[in-house]
Design a protein around this ligand. Structure first.
Ligand code: UD2
Length: 318
């Protein structure tokens, strides 16, 4: 049994990792400052873990959180392109300064490995598809720059201090417990809530924007593999975490109409500043070096996701 620290444990991805690790009988410690995470995401598992309300910007709290830990899964972030365009300083603090704190604490506590929630936004709008890890990054939004800077810090801590770090470049992860209610929410969570309520969703752009939408179970599995793979295969390296398929927003809207029963139309609005047009991953590096496989495809993931939001909308029976 190993001990894991999950930063951002009350967030969508963090809380999914908590459940997966507890399900495997691992010891789990979690930190979250509830900036974007929610206590409800941990309700039924809180008693099985060591949860601490703490901010990754608090170095002392991170030092204490890293004590006795084998693996750190660093998910805490302010994960939004548009929010970073409005508040680049806030994005940089959480997404860069916070990461350096976690790394310093992990290094000094002699943690075995840190796995980092990097982002596909690092690739930016380079025309070449699919995106391969060896391609030069070309970030557009402050969020993308911050996530990339943290990736470089991960690699630097491996090179300078020998702390094993692995970066997983997440490609639009979606699934149950993703917050649907903020203007900065991921598009699939937002559309699920809106369409189930019969509200008209908005597509920014012409709808031909595409994403390699990746169901959460695939990201959870990538994290577990990134912890267990031999250091020679993965330490100090970056891996795409995706499915290798891209879906347009128009296709997504059509698929969600069927699943939600929404009868209305979609509204089109101008593209968002900082957005990327197309995103698609080459996943062969992760397949080769950490044994990654796509476990759940887009259609099945979307079905499970919409079902979950439907259940949330139903009143609890007395
Ligand atoms: C970026 C990263 C993703 C992750 C995420 C964290 C890329 C390609 N992906 O996701 O890996 O790090 O940031 O937040 O950079 N949209 C609508 N209507 C809406 C909401 C969104 O049309 O109501 C559009 C949006 O303009 C974009 C697409 O849907 O073109 C996806 O947006 P998103 O916010 O779900 O995720 P994205 O791609 O910014």
């Amino acid at each position: 049994m190993a001990k894991y620290l999950i930063t951002g444990a009350a967030g969508f991805i963090g809380s999914s990792l908590v459940r997966a690790l507890l399900g495997r009988g691992e010891q789990v410690r979690g930190v979250d400052n509830f900036a974007t995470g929610k206590r409800e995401n941990l309700t039924e598992v809180l008693h099985q873990m060591d949860f601490r309300e703490a901010d990754i910007l608090d170095l002392d709290a991170m030092r204490s959180a890293c004590e006795g830990v084998d693996y750190v899964l660093h998910e805490a972030a302010i994960p939004s392109v548009p929010k970073s365009v409005i508040d680049p300083l806030g994005s940089n603090r959480a997404n860069v300064d916070g990461t350096v704190n976690v790394l310093v604490a992990a290094r000094d506590a002699k943690v075995k490995r840190v796995v980092y929630a990097a982002s596909s936004s690092a690739y930016g709008d380079t025309p070449t598809l699919p995106k391969q890890e060896a391609m030069p990054p070309n970030p557009i939004s402050p969020y993308a720059v911050a996530k990339l800077a943290s990736e470089f810090y991960m690699v630097s801590f491996y090179r300078c201090y020998g702390l094993e770090t692995v970066c997983l470049r997440y490609f639009n992860i979606f699934g149950p417990r993703q917050d649907p209610s903020s203007p900065y929410s991921g598009v699939l969570a937002k559309f699920s809530l809106q369409m189930l309520r019969g509200e008209q969703p908005t597509i920014f752009g012409d709808g031909e924007t595409s994403r390699d939408f990746t169901f959460i179970d695939n990201a959870v599995s990538a994290n577990l593999l990134a912890c267990s793979a031999p250091g020679a295969e993965c330490a100090g390296r970056v891996f795409n975490c995706a499915t290798g398929r891209r879906i347009t927003l128009n296709q997504t809207f059509d698929a969600m109409k069927e699943l939600t029963g929404y009868k209305g139309t979609v509204k089109y609005a101008p593209e968002r500043s900082g957005d990327i047009k197309h995103s698609l991953a080459d996943i062969s590096r992760a397949e080769k070096h950490i044994g990654y496989k796509v476990l759940v495809n887009f259609e099945e993931g979307l079905r499970r996701t919409v079902e979950w939001y439907k259940r949330q909308a139903q009143p609890v029976e007395a």
